[in-house]
Design a protein around this ligand. Structure first.
Ligand code: CDP
Ligand code: CDP
Length: 215
C-alpha cells in the first residue's frame, strides 16, 4: 500500500503540533514537526554567529548541519536540542532564517524524502501548498491572535519563562508577518485545504473535527 500524508498548516499557536501529534498517534502515522527543523538550523546559525545576508556563510553552515528526528526529539549534529530550539532567541530569528532559499531547499528536500518513505502527519507553514501538494488530506488551522498569544503565554508560564503576554503577542505577530510576506512558499491556506478556526475550541473538539474528515 502506498504512503499517505496529512498536511497541517497555519500560523503560530493555532494548535498545529498538539493536534498533529494526536492525529498521528490515533492513525498510527509518523509525526513530523517541520518548524522544529527550521528552529534547529536557526540555533546552528546563532551558535556560529552567521551573518544571514552572507550566502556563503549560510551555505557553509548548512553543509555542516545534520538534523535527525527521532521520536519526539530533534538532534542537531548528534545533540538533542528539543528544549533549546524553543528559546526566545530562536523565536526571534527563526522566520528570518526560514526566508533564505538555501535553507528552505535543504529542509524541503528532507521533508519530501521522509514523506516518500513512510505515512506522515506533517505540520508547518507550506506543507499543503508546497512540500506535499498531493497530500491526501490538508488542514489549515487558525485562531484569533488574542487566543493564540494567550495559549503560548500560558505554555511559557508553565515552563517558568518570564515573558509577558504583550511580548508573546508581538513576537507571534512579527513571525506571522514575515512568514506570510516572504517570497518563497509563504504561509497561506492551500486552495484544497479544510479551514478550521480553533478559537474557543478544545483540543479534543479540533481532533474530532479532523478525524471526521479522515475516517
Ligand atoms: O510552533 P510555532 O508555531 O511557534 O512555530 P514552528 O512551527 O516551530 O515554526 C517556527 C518558524 O519556522 C515559523 O515561524 C516559520 O518561520 C518557520 N517555518 C517555515 O517557514 N516553514 C515550515 N514548514 C515550518 C516552519
Ligand atoms: O504548533 P502551533 O504553534 O500551531 O501550536 P501548539 O504549540 O500546538 O499549541 C499552542 C498551545 O495551545 C498548546 O499549549 C496547546 O495545548 C494549546 N491549545 C491547542 O493547541 N488547541 C486548542 N484548541 C486549545 C489550546
Amino acid at each position: 500500500m502506498s504512503n499517505i500524508s496529512i498536511a497541517i498548516d497555519g500560523p503560530a499557536g493555532a494548535g498545529k503540533s498538539t493536534i498533529a501529534k494526536i492525529i498521528a498517534k490515533v492513525k498510527k502515522l509518523t509525526y513530523i514537526d517541520t518548524g522544529a527543523m527550521y528552529r534547529a538550523v536557526t540555533l546552528k546559525c546563532i551558535q556560529e554567529q552567521v551573518d544571514l545576508q552572507d550566502h556563503r556563510q549560510v551555505e557553509a553552515v548548512l553543509m555542516d548541519t545534520k538534523i535527525e528526528l527521532i521520536g519526539d526529539s530533534i538532534f542537531l549534529n548528534g545533540t538533542n536540542v528539543s528544549e533549546e530550539i524553543r528559546r526566545s532567541e530562536v523565536n526571534k530569528w527563526v522566520s528570518e532564517v526560514a526566508k533564505l532559499s538555501a535553507v528552505r531547499k535543504k529542509m524541503v528536500e528532507m521533508q519530501r524524502a521522509i514523506a516518500d518513505s513512510q505515512s506522515v502527519v506533517m505540520d508547518g507553514r507550506d506543507i499543503g501548498t508546497f512540500v506535499l501538494p498531493h497530500a491526501a488530506y490538508k488542514f489549515f488551522l487558525t485562531a484569533s491572535i488574542e487566543e493564540r498569544a494567550k495559549r503560548r503565554f500560558e505554555e511559557q508560564q508553565q515552563k517558568g519563562f518570564s515573558t509577558s503576554l504583550a511580548e508573546v503577542k508581538s513576537e507571534i505577530e512579527n513571525r506571522d508577518r514575515i512568514d506570510t510576506e516572504r517570497d518563497l512558499a509563504p504561509l497561506t491556506q492551500a486552495r484544497d485545504a479544510i479551514l478550521i478556526d480553533t478559537t474557543g475550541l478544545s483540543i479534543e473538539e479540533v481532533v474530532d473535527k479532523i478525524l471526521s474528515y479522515i475516517q
